[in-house]
Design a protein around this ligand. Structure first.
Ligand code: FAD
Ligand code: NDP
Length: 649
């Protein structure tokens, strides 16, 4: 409260109202733009040239074809993990470390040709983690690995995923280049049946497989379906174009290891998009392209990254100070992200994430709980966040003005939305790039480009178009785990998981299981928790699932197959606990569109039932530490209340 008063004193009420008015105008401009939601989903289009943009550029098909498949037709496996990114890997490691499985009892599978998920697919120049490596890279204590930089480069993160997989013997347990199409529960056998298709590269036909699993874990990510704007004429473009999630080093020159993009010398290049990905890409492309046109729909808010090498001599004394240091640091970061650090508590990470007092509007906060949901209380709640946010966003806008020399360009690069509407971006070079003679900001004032013609956009002829235009919004299909994975999932009696979600909205027990779908576990933030540090969130869900299964197995006893299922009452109770706190997220209602809010979906929906369905899917609004306490209380109670535990017949 003290902070709130201090901030409102620093900024007059008139200033606050004027800024809020500008935010609303800018959001409405975008919400009303004709092409706001016109995207082509590249993994789903039938257009060959566009579909090729998401083919795997990295898989070594010859090498992979020589390997024996760890998954056999009609094989039966105890633990099946969909996804070999950090989410899937952490599920597997947890199962092994908690004594629930040997590596031999686990099978993983991924559409990718290797481990890493996000970090396998994304190899664009300039890629780093945006959360500090020491809290983002998982299992640092267990592997003894020390990241080379405060924000590790993409290649290092992918290699860390590979090292973890090797250390826990997951390499020959994982089937790559394979798409899961259907996962169905068999009421008679009480196993899941999984239908997949393996892509074996250009020289061999694809292979279809069916197999069975006792437990299924969905760790298929949220930002996995690259999209480009459906700009009229896109197919008539005769130059190179690609999406940043499949960087085309053949077109640009260089490689992930050697990021000299020499083939761009003399070329005119357009980068479409100005969010986290583009912020990394643009300074790198600007070093080589003759002319770079940055096509902007909404300016990002860019904080200093303050990148630096890890001080190896001081790592043990400053970072890895004692056993359990990584978890402690992750929790510490979360407290600072959710305004729940105790007075005087040391800020261990101390970076740009930890000085965003109002970002908790989207991450949740125990310190800013909402007890009264009357219109007056809600308005005051929203205002409180604006007041906390204003100094922060003013500083961000001032930094643009101080860094970018041309005042008109600087003006267009200033973000006019509150911090909680989009994920922050971090760069020590992005804004500076606009001082280069060869870099041109093409600001579309919230609309995006209107047309692409044969050789380039009318006013801006280009040779190469790079789309940094993101991914299908994780909230599409009401965020249901089947839609997120592009998989048809059928539970007891053939019930479709997507239909369950679409008929009434999210329904989970602690965010990881749902009634009617026994022995199926998923990750995600709906009805669970959201943190800036996604890998930490994935680990805590994996840990909670592993705990639930281990207790269930203990109950049914040895040599029996446990069937673990959320009860209908338990998921409704959990949903009511989430919903009871959902009004906390009121500040997001006025947000500029983006993937956080399904490109403004909330503001287009007026039907009360539809609004309620969406409200059911919000995360726990009191922050991660509070969510951990909530699930710990459930564990301490000891009866596994809410889970039906039986053994297979
Ligand atoms: P993913 O890493 O996305 O892995 C999921 C895997 O599932 C993918 O490999 C996919 O191929 C596979 N899959 C999906 N559906 C199917 C299917 N039907 N069949 C077969 N396989 C399937 N978060 C942070 O906290 N900090 C960061 O710095 C950060 N940087 C990011 C940078 C980029 C460019 C992107 C796109 C995201 C970033 N994120 C970051 C978010 C990031 O996705 C998570 O941190 C984390 O890596 C997600 O892990 P995951 O295993 O849940 O999902
Ligand atoms: P985003 O969805 O965040 O951004 C897409 C960009 O494309 C936005 O600038 C968007 O503008 C723009 N865009 C969409 N349609 C058009 C159009 N028609 N014309 C012009 N521009 C358009 O995707 P990103 O890949 O940048 O990031 C996704 C997430 O991945 C991040 O939020 C972050 O979580 C993670 N990430 C992290 C990184 C890191 O540093 N570690 C790096 C990259 C990604 P508008 O805002 O108007 O919609």
């Amino acid at each position: 409260m003290a902070a709130f008063q201090e901030k409102t004193e620093a900024f007059s009420r008139e200033k606050l109202e004027a800024v809020k008015k500008r935010y609303t105008e800018e959001a409405n401009k975008r919400l009303n733009a004709e092409r706001l939601t016109h995207f082509i989903q590249l993994t789903q289009t039938d257009e060959k040239r566009l579909r090729e943009l998401v083919e795997d550029p990295w898989a070594d098909h010859d090498e992979l074809n020589r390997k024996e498949s760890p998954i056999k037709e009609n094989g039966v496996y105890k633990h099946f993990v969909l996804g070999a990114g950090f989410g899937g890997i952490q599920y597997a490691v947890r199962l092994i470390e908690d004594g629930l499985a040997t590596a031999d009892e686990i099978r993983l599978l991924d559409a990718a040709g290797g481990f890493g998920g996000t970090w396998y697919w994304n190899r664009f120049p300039g890629l780093h983690c945006d959360v500090e490596s020491y809290v983002y890279l998982p299992l640092l204590e267990e592997t003894g690995y020390v990241p080379t930089k405060k924000y590790a480069p993409g290649q290092e993160i992918r290699e860390h995923a590979e090292h973890i997989a090797a250390k826990w013997n997951l390499e020959d347990k994982t089937l790559f280049r394979t798409d899961v199409e259907e996962i169905a529960w068999n009421d008679q056998t009480e196993y899941w049946t999984i239908k997949v298709t393996q892509n074996r590269g250009p020289s061999e036909p694809a292979v279809k497989l069916n197999f069975h699993a006792h437990y299924v874990y969905l760790a298929a990510g949220v930002l996995t379906k690259p999209q480009i704007p459906d700009i009229p004429g896109v197919l008539s473009f005769s130059g190179s174009m690609f999406h940043t999630a499949r960087w085309n080093y053949s077109a640009t020159g260089g490689s992930q290891k050697d990021q000299r993009l020499t083939k761009l010398n003399g070329k005119k290049v357009a980068v479409v998009g100005t969010a986290a990905t583009a912020i990394g890409v643009i300074p790198e492309v600007a070093k080589y392209a003759a002319e770079l046109y940055v096509i902007q729909r909404t300016p990002a808010y860019v904080k200093r990254r303050d990148q630096r090498p890890t001080d190896l001599s001081g790592f043990e004394t400053q970072v890895s100070r004692k056993k359990g240091w990584q978890y402690e640091r992750q929790i510490n970061l979360n407290k600072f992200l959710t305004n729940s650090a105790a007075p005087g508590e040391e800020n261990l990470v101390g970076d740009g994430w930890t000085d965003m007092p109002a970002y908790s509007a989207v991450l949740g906060s125990p310190g800013h709980g909402l007890e009264d949901a009357s219109p007056e209380a809600l308005a005051a709640h929203v205002d409180k966040f604006h007041a906390l946010d204003l100094p922060h966003m003013e500083a961000i806008r001032d930094r643009v003005a101080d860094t970018v020399k041309d005042p008109q360009t600087a003006e267009k690069l200033k973000p006019w939305f509150p911090s909680w509407c989009k994920r922050p971006t971090f760069s020590d070079t992005y804004l500076e790039t606009f001082n280069q003679q060869n870099v041109h900001l093409v600001d579309t004032d919230g609309k995006g480009p209107s047309k692409i013609t044969k050789s380039g956009e009318q006013e801006y002829p280009v040779d190469v178009i790079i789309f940094g235009t993101g991914y299908q919004s994780p909230s599409s299909g009401l965020g249901n785990p089947a839609a997120r994975t592009n998989v048809k999932i059928y539970g007891r009696g053939g019930e479709s998981l997507s239909d369950k979600w679409l008929s009434k909205g999210a329904a989970t027990f602690h965010g990881y299981a749902t009634y009617g779908f026994p022995n199926l576990f998923f990750t995600g933030m709906n009805q669970a928790t959201i943190t800036g540090n996604n890998v930490f969130m994935l680990d805590l869900i994996a840990g909670h699932v592993a705990y639930s299964i281990s207790q269930a197995e203990r109950r049914v006893g040895p040599n029996k197959r446990a069937i673990v299922e959320a009860t209908k009452e338990a998921e409704e109770f959990h949903t009511s606990e989430v919903l009871r706190r959902a009004a906390f997220y009121a500040p997001s209602a006025g947000c500029t569109p983006g993937y956080f809010n399904g490109y403004g979906e909330g503001s287009r929906i007026t039907d009360a039932d539809e609004k309620l369905k969406r409200a059911r899917g919000v995360p726990w609004s009191e922050g991660t530490v509070s969510f951990l306490e909530y699930i710990q209380n459930w564990r301490d109670e000891g009866s596994l209340k809410g889970l039906s535990i039986t053994s297979a017949a």
